[in-house]
Design a protein around this ligand. Structure first.
Ligand SMILES: Nc1nc2c(ncn2[C@@H]2O[C@H](COP(=O)(O)OP(=O)(O)OP(=O)(O)O)[C@@H](O)[C@H]2O)c(=O)[nH]1
Length: 198
């Protein structure tokens, strides 16, 4: 396999980074007791991108403040960043700007960034509107979608869109049209969480 990544998961503690990754990797939901990530976790998944099998390297980071200096050290190696907030937590959304500042300070200039509003299944507890997420993403020029690690909605799409972008960056021919990640996501959004995305 050729290897793409690393793709790094970022965002406040408890927004669902580990659960989103487990949903993508194993197709299951980690309900029950919340176990905070310590430092950083490394996982790989083989995905199909345009009929090419690629190994996607994924780094799950701890959202807790006390691990920040550990995770900072990994930013510069990341090819892509999935930045998560929790639609039921206003502070996690308000902190996205601070996360983007950290990304600006520590990550590579051309890193692929995607904003994810997670826990979209928790409609009754929602405090961040979809439009607020869209507006913030637009301001920073990054793609956006709402995900649920519980139902799986848009989880595969997020990783596949990133994998496709990284594959195009790695193999782009000069005469080939550039991959448009925004257009790809818009065309695939809200389709079921599995199958046939590529
Ligand atoms: N309903 C619902 N609960 C979720 C979802 N994603 C995560 N959770 C729950 O939210 C809690 C935190 O999830 P984690 O994935 O451990 O959070 P994290 O962002 O990795 O946290 P840190 O490791 O501290 O950075 C857990 O209790 C999960 O079961 C989701 O999409 N829907």
């Amino acid at each position: 396999y050729c290897t793409f990544g690393p793709v790094m998961l970022l965002g406040d503690s408890a927004v669902g980074k580990t659960c989103v990754l487990v949903r993508f990797k194993d197709g299951a939901f980690l309900g029950g007791n919340f176990i905070a990530t310590v430092g950083i976790d490394f996982r790989n998944k083989v995905v199909d991108v345009d009929n090419l099998k690629v190994k996607l390297q994924i780094w799950d980071t701890a959202g807790q403040e006390r691990f920040r200096s550990v995770t900072h050290a990994y930013y510069r190696d990341a090819q892509a960043l999935l930045l998560l907030y929790d639609i039921t937590s206003k502070p996690s959304f308000d902190n996205i700007r601070a996360w983007l500042t950290e990304i600006h300070d520590y990550a590579q200039k051309d890193v692929v960034i995607m904003l994810l509003g997670n826990k979209s299944d928790m409609a009754a507890e929602r405090v961040v509107k979809t439009e607020e997420g869209e507006k913030l993403a637009k301001e920073y020029g990054v793609p956006f979608m709402e995900t649920s690690a519980k139902t799986g909605v848009n989880v595969e799409l997020a990783f596949h869109a990133i994998a496709k972008e990284l594959k195009h960056r790695a193999t782009q021919q000069p005469n080939e049209p550039k991959f448009q990640i925004h257009d790809y996501i818009e065309s695939q959004k809200h389709k079921s969480g599995c199958c046939g995305l590529m």
